[in-house]
Ligand binder design. Structure first.
Ligand code: G4P
Length: 532
């Protein structure tokens, strides 16, 4: 369905904007591809695979950027399924795991968490989950790779609850596993859905659906599997949490689904339930209160800035999440933070695997706008003159730190300019050591690859060689207290006190023990994991 014949409100209502989160290799790319397959955006699965090439260990950043040609366009995808218009936000993993990955979650209305059935909850999933939880968005769990021998489904559910601290409600339950994975039981509809064919996952799987009491399923599954299923369901009904839509929508309860993205088994039932439960874009908080997406005043915020892949051009693409009103190509809007008018001339949208110029777009959609260097992460664009500003996007915790300087003091100005640009794009975070008269900066990054990006870009775009000396610190905490005095604040030997660009005290730790000790010793301070 196109937007042409729909009213503005109906066009908003059909939008669903979500991020897919997972640890690398859990099957995020495969699942995304299968969504596109079921949405009819691609004819046969296998075409998005080239994205995976950026998984290989390539230390040369430029190589990664070249390969990223495809992943840039795929970092936001739009496609239609049934009556829905779906925007998927990819959260890059592997070496390009960066602060962008976290910030992308600020633009999503819900999240799909993909878990490998043989591994359970993994490290990167935990980090991304935390940000989703902080935002209170609904989180849907897809336990993938059921076609392989994995962990016991009850154990996996327990793992999610224990490790992530979220209650869960299995919406579907697997029937068989490994080579014997036949389908899923839908607990809401009380129906069995068995799958077959799918041409090794390249095309849509065939299915047979029916009531669990139907005798034919006993025959199809065999008496053992059938009675095991009945036992499992009884156990779930007795021991598990109740289905509660409010708890799901507030992110307190995660609906859990089982399936195999590779063979397509369970993909469509998941997509259907997910779309039925999630809501269209909701009102968003701003300095003027909640902004209704159906208000006619066009507004949105920038959550990601992508540098141009051509180093000769410093222009960039800013990714804007539309929050209200209709966007029309060529419209002039207010850049609220800079108090300037901006014409949005060549807006791009990302449809399946192509990048196209958009004529119009709606709340929930993401558009890429040309940035000649005027936008910062968190900036609001808005049509009217109300001064509307969406809440700032916090800085998320880097995990790698280094002392960075240039040996060439004559080039210090260019060095600082380059660092500033990369900080604005959100590639790096910059800190200074108070009272230490060196020219050194402390740079923090979420993914280690960002140091390569820093070195490469400062050299190629600003002509400055830099030296990077990594520090042993792994954790950051922003200090929240009435009056911070470095002379009386008690830290451990291996803790470093630094200052953020807005002169706020920040601590760098080497281990979690030190964090706990410093918290113990300074009861009047709150140590935060994000900048606010
Ligand atoms: P990611 O984006 O989360 O990193 O994961 P991706 O989809 O790239 O999948 C990682 C690997 O897991 C791939 O195998 C993929 O084929 C496989 N995979 C994904 N979903 C399933 C599933 O449901 N069942 C099984 N058995 N495997 C699955 P690979 O060997 O790394 O790549 P390829 O050779 O298959 O392309």
């Amino acid at each position: 369905m196109s937007n042409e014949n729909l009213s503005f409100t109906d066009a908003v209502k059909r939008r669903r904007t979500f991020a897919i989160i997972s640890h690398p290799d859990a099957g995020k790319t495969t699942l995304t591809e299968k969504f596109l397959l079921y949405g009819g955006a691609i004819r046969s699965a296998g075409s998005v695979k080239s994205r995976r090439s950026n998984k290989h260990a390539v230390s040369d950043w430029m190589e990664i950027e070249k390969q990223r040609g495809i992943s840039v366009t795929s970092s936001v995808l739009q496609f239609n399924y049934d009556d829905f218009c779906i925007n998927i936000l990819d959260t890059p993993g592997h070496q390009d795991f960066s602060e962008d990955t976290y910030r992308t979650l600020m633009a999503a209305d819900s999240a799909v968490m993909v878990i490998d059935s043989s591994k359970g909850v993994e490290d990167q999933t935990k980090k991304l989950f935390k940000v989703c939880k902080m935002r209170g968005i609904p989180i849907f769990t897809f336990i993938n790779k059921m076609d392989r021998q994995g962990r016991d489904p009850f154990e996996l559910i327990e793992d999610i609850e224990k490790v992530l601290g979220i209650r869960s409600y299995p919406m579907s339950w697997p029937i068989g596993e490994g080579k014997n994975f036949k389908g899923v039981y839908n607990r809401i509809q009380k129906q069995i859905e068995l799958f077959s064919d799918g041409n090794h996952g390249q095309s849509i799987a065939k299915n047979i659906k029916g009531d669990i009491t139907d005798e034919k399923f006993k025959e199809l599954l065999g008496a053992d599997l059938h009675s095991q299923l009945l036992n499992d369901i009884e156990l779930l009904d007795m021991a598990g949490d109740d289905f509660n839509i409010e708890d799901i929508l507030s992110g307190e309860l995660t609906p859990v689904f089982f399936g195999s993205a590779l063979t397509n088994f369970g993909v469509e039932p998941f997509l259907k339930s997910f779309l039925a439960i999630t809501t269209p874009p909701k009102p968003r908080d701003s300095n003027l209160g909640l902004v209704d997406p159906t208000s006619t005043n066009f507004s949105g915020f920038i959550f990601k800035i992508q540098a141009n892949m051509n180093p000769a051009h410093r222009d960039r693409i800013a990714f804007l999440r539309i929050c209200s009103g209709k966007f029309e190509k060529g419209m002039t809007v207010n850049h609220v933070q800079k108090n300037k008018k901006v014409k949005l001339a060549q807006p791009q949208q990302f449809l399946a695997q192509d990048r196209v110029i958009v004529e119009d777009a709606y709340p929930g959609d993401i558009i890429g706008i040309h940035d000649p260097g005027i936008f910062n992460i968190g900036d609001t664009l808005c049509e009217d003159n109300s001064g509307l500003q969406y809440k700032d996007i916090p800085q998320f915790a880097p995990e790698h730190f280094a002392k960075v300087s240039t040996p060439n003091s004559l080039k210090r100005k260019q060095f600082l300019k380059g660092v500033e640009q990369l900080a604005e794009e959100g590639t790096i975070q910059v800190y200074r050591r108070p009272n230490i008269g060196t020219n050194e900066l402390i740079i923090g990054v979420v993914g280690i690859l960002q140091f390569d990006v820093l070195e490469y870009r400062i050299k190629h775009e600003y002509g400055v060689e830099i030296s990077i000396n990594q520090l042993p610190h792994r954790y950051i905490r922003w200090v929240d207290m009435e009056k911070f005095d470095p002379n009386t604040f008690s830290i451990t030997m291996d803790t470093m006190i630094v200052e953020s660009e807005d002169n706020k005290p920040v601590l760098l730790f080497q281990n979690e023990w030190s964090i706990r000790t410093v918290e113990e010793r300074n009861k009047n301070a709150v140590l935060r994991e994000t900048s606010f």
